[in-house]
Ligand binder design. Structure first.
Ligand SMILES: [Zn+2]
Length: 449
């Protein structure tokens, strides 16, 4: 779901420095006057012009760098965008990061799994979700900081600070590479987004405690911040018509990211999370699993593609849901929290695969679990959640395989292999197993499901 590579300035104004004294050390008299004018006396409708943004950036960049423990290596290019320009830019970036064939594949697979409603215009939903309250964003592909011209000045300042944080992360860690490494693995991508956002959110912590590592405030101090953050972000995305999975996904990096960073900071003296990002949302949700390096099990795409090809099926789309999306799945099914915990804990790894043959579409969700008991708890919960829907599942040796959509067209033999065949031993790290044939999607799908 690469459209999230926009490191968006979801406006975090509610608890930002809205009422902070603009008296910041090291400002020139002119800069101080500008800040004062904007924050104290400025007309709330006032907007920054390009020159003012430049001036502010010059002041803020070293400050943000110092507060995040990073070094500014070069100036950050910026653009002042008009809101009407946003739609075209978003569309272009979706096509670049998340091509139409993948968007269609995702839509069908998620619909069959019950994660998206039966009718959804994903493009429209995404544009809506991302453009509505956007005050600015940092694009790690263009290496450019974008600010929306129509946003009130105060909000622009807060956004600028946040996005400068991303620009500095990018200079130090190459965010584009960090995110590209998680292509076709939404679970891993979301985990990376969580450390990227969580790390920058340190800027919002009180001055004396926003430093790195051991200076991190204790939980009671930052719990209030987390609550404000969650409700502020939720308020903004709630107004959209997007399916809950997408809005929840937008919120996750902020709230769970900050919690994760806080937890890691308490344990370690160095903030290595961006250098060595978590591999899964499981690791973000359970930081002890990150520290223990409990790696997610990969369901090998090449293994599956070979298996289904023998019976004439093509693999049209694949991805990883992860523990977080598994939890959301059960939430959407109306399951109480305690049951969700039982069903989703012990997640070991998973893969969702959209298979196509003669215009038939089947989504299979293969998950592996830490123990046989974890597997059977998940399967029992899953079966309960789909009582009235056409889906089947089978399990063996800690693996649960779910078949959705037109699964009656899958042969019993193929199903058996998907459930029982051992995964081939891990390929050498130089071989890219993600380079699977999803290009066949357009060719194989000539009519609507
Ligand atoms: Zn951000």
């Amino acid at each position: 779901m690469a459209f999230l590579w926009f490191l968006a300035g979801i406006t975090i104004i509610g608890f930002s420095r809205a009422d902070a004294d603009p008296d910041i050390d090291g400002l020139s008299a002119a800069e101080e006057a500008l800040l004062k004018q904007l924050t104290m006396m400025g007309d709330p409708a006032e907007k920054l012009d390009e020159e003012q943004v430049q001036q502010l950036m010059k002041t803020l960049l070293p400050q943000v760098a110092a507060r995040l423990g990073l070094t500014a290596q070069q100036p950050v290019p910026f653009k002042l965008l008009r809101r009407y320009e946003l739609k075209a830019i978003l569309l272009k970036s979706f096509d670049r990061d998340f091509p139409p064939a993948k968007r269609r594949g995702m839509t069908i697979a998620y619909q069959q799994l019950g994660l998206f409603p039966p009718s959804i215009d994903l493009d429209r939903v995404l544009i809506d979700l991302y453009s509505k309250e956007l005050a600015g964003f940092y694009d790690p592909f263009e290496k450019t900081l974008n600010l929306i011209a129509e946003t009130p000045a105060l909000e622009q300042m807060v956004t600028l600070e946040h996005e400068l944080g991303h620009a500095l992360q990018d200079q130090a860690f190459d965010l584009k590479q960090l995110l590209l490494a998680a292509v076709d693995n939404d679970d891993q991508e979301l985990a990376r987004m969580a450390v990227i956002e969580g790390d920058v959110l340190r800027l919002l912590l009180p001055e004396e405690s926003r430093g790195v590592a051991s200076d991190f405030p204790d939980e009671t101090q930052s719990d209030g911040l987390l609550e404000q953050l969650a409700s502020s972000v939720a308020e903004q995305v709630d107004q959209s018509q997007a399916p809950p999975l997408l809005t929840k996904r937008l919120i996750f990096p902020y709230t769970e990211g900050l919690k994760f960073i806080r937890s890691i900071a308490k344990q370690n003296s160095g903030m290595q999370t961006l250098r060595d990002p978590p591999r899964s949302t499981e690791q973000v949700l359970h930081p002890q699993k990150y520290e223990a390096r409990e790696e997610p099990q990969v369901v090998p795409v090449a293994w599956l593609a070979t298996l289904v090809q023998k019976e004439g099926w093509a693999l049209s789309y694949h991805n990883v849901l992860g523990e977080w999306a598994t939890r959301v799945y059960f939430e959407l099914a109306g399951m109480p929290a305690g049951e969700i915990d039982r069903a989703a804990s012990g997640w070991g790894g998973d893969g969702i695969f959209l298979l196509t043959k003669d215009n038939h579409l089947v989504t299979t969700w293969i998950s592996t679990w830490d123990s046989l008991q974890d597997a059977s708890e998940f399967q029992r919960a899953y079966v309960k959640s789909v009582e009235r829907k056409a889906a089947t599942s089978a399990s063996a040796a800690g693996r649960v395989v779910v078949f959705c959509g037109e699964s009656q067209h899958l042969s019993a033999d193929l199903k058996w292999h998907l459930v029982n065949d051992p995964f081939p031993p891990k390929a050498a790290p130089t071989i890219d197993t993600s380079a699977s044939p999803h290009t066949s999607f357009d060719a194989t799908r000539s009519s609507k499901p």
